[in-house]
Design a binder for this molecule. Structure first.
Ligand code: ADP
Ligand code: MG
Length: 367
């Protein structure tokens, strides 16, 4: 295992800049997830680390050694793709051995590595089968096995679970997490799926249009998003983002939604309050019942079993349809569509955003 360091790495295709002076340090043994929407540059970044794409500008180091001019095979990385790309005419064993034979590793060492990887992945009974005799999940395990036998310094995964059905995706995700714990290896995992990112990552790198929006642990990303982009990309249901006006004096701050809804905020000393135009709060911090002070009408009721999501149209005192907010009620909620409901918002869970979508959290420096 080894650290990975990117320093002001850039990449363009023609006139289009896909990665823009991106810098990032990944610790040895860390599992880092690159998360972002399709087209934001995740694969390009991973492929530059792997050596499958050239770097226009900047540098990449692995284990303290500069690698961005080295051939892929000399970088100490192994990559697993969404498409397993196994050789159909070769057995699983031969598929796993192929890359190692090419670098003339001793046959006994090849056997040992295949046996070890097969044990870790629990595919020992599949070693003599051909890919055509394997399920999708088994094929993906073989593809991971092919990476493991290289004993790389860094594993690179590019959406490896996207081709699997939902149940298998969940299982394989857990297996990759366990693999990371057992092997204690450095892993970079690319996905557009925020659940995969949240559940797998030591740290998530949220990418937007070739740039880093935020780097943090899953809970930092979830609870303290730096921007409306991050806030909206992570978490299900989607965070509530409501137009709001913010007022503050030296000792108190409050947000107004429409005319009638006032939320006192634990943000003493908030400066330049007028710059905030959006209030963000997740559905679990908006609760139905309990005599909450905010009134509205239930428009949609979604029963999830363990909890109920209630889409509430707020009565803001401005006439016309108010903004909608997603609130949470108990699993056995009595709320029906059309009911008048009272909700409360946990003010400690509120994030404020300015017109550029940048956030402010209680306790952070406010300039
Ligand atoms: P992601 O993996 O996040 O979906 P990619 O890294 O594949 O995104 O692509 C980032 C951007 O670069 C996209 O706009 C894509 O169309 C463009 N792109 C990727 N590969 C090439 C290429 N070989 N030539 C031209 N444009 C490319
Ligand atoms: Mg991609």
């Amino acid at each position: 295992m080894a650290s990975v360091e990117l320093t002001t790495v850039s990449k363009s295709y023609g006139a289009v800049r896909v990665i823009d002076a991106l810098s990032l340090a990944i610790g040895s043994g860390e599992l880092v997830v690159f998360l972002g929407p399709s087209g934001c540059g995740k694969s390009t970044l991973l492929r530059m680390i792997a050596g499958l794409e050239t770097v226009d500008d900047g540098s990449i180091s692995i284990g303290g050694r500069r690698v961005d001019r080295l051939a892929p095979g000399d970088r100490g990385v192994a990559m697993v793709f969404q498409h397993y790309a196994l050789y159909p005419h070769m057995s699983v064993r031969q598929n796993m051995a192929f890359g190692l034979r090419n670098v003339r590793l001793a046959p006994a060492e090849i056997e040992r590595r295949i046996a070890d990887a097969a044990r870790v992945l629990e595919i020992e009974q599949l070693l003599d089968r051909k890919p055509g005799q394997l399920s999708g999940g088994q094929k993906q395990r073989v593809a991971i096995g092919r990476a493991i036998v290289k004993e790389p310094l860094v594993f690179l995964f590019d959406e490896p679970l996207s081709n699997l059905d939902a149940a298998l995706r969940g299982r394989t995700r857990v297996e990759i997490a366990q693999l990371h714990q057992r092997m204690a290896s450095t892993m970079i995992f690319v996905t557009h799926d925020q659940v995969e990112a949240m559940t797998l990552a030591d740290r998530i790198v949220v990418l937007n249009d070739g740039r880093i929006e935020q780097i943090g642990t899953p809970m930092e990303i979830y609870a303290r998003p730096h921007s409306t982009f991050v806030a909206g990309f992570v978490g299900s249901p989607k965070i509530n983002l409501l137009p709001a006006a913010v007022e503050a004096n030296g000792t108190a701050a409050r947000a107004l939604i429409g005319r009638d809804i006032v939320i006192d905020l634990p943000l003493a000393g908030l400066r330049h309050p007028a710059r905030f135009v959006t209030l963000g709060v997740r559905a679990e911090a908006v609760t139905v019942g309990g005599g909450g002070p905010i009134e509205g009408t239930a428009r949609v009721v979604e029963r999830l079993g363990d909890r109920t999501l209630v889409h509430v149209e707020l009565a803001t005192g401005q006439g016309g349809a108010g903004p909608q907010i997603m609130a949470t009620d108990r699993g056995d909620s009595r709320v029906a569509v059309g009911d008048q409901v009272a909700i409360s918002i946990d003010p400690t869970a509120v994030t404020l955003f300015d017109a550029a979508g940048r956030s402010h959290h209680a306790g952070l420096d406010d300039d």
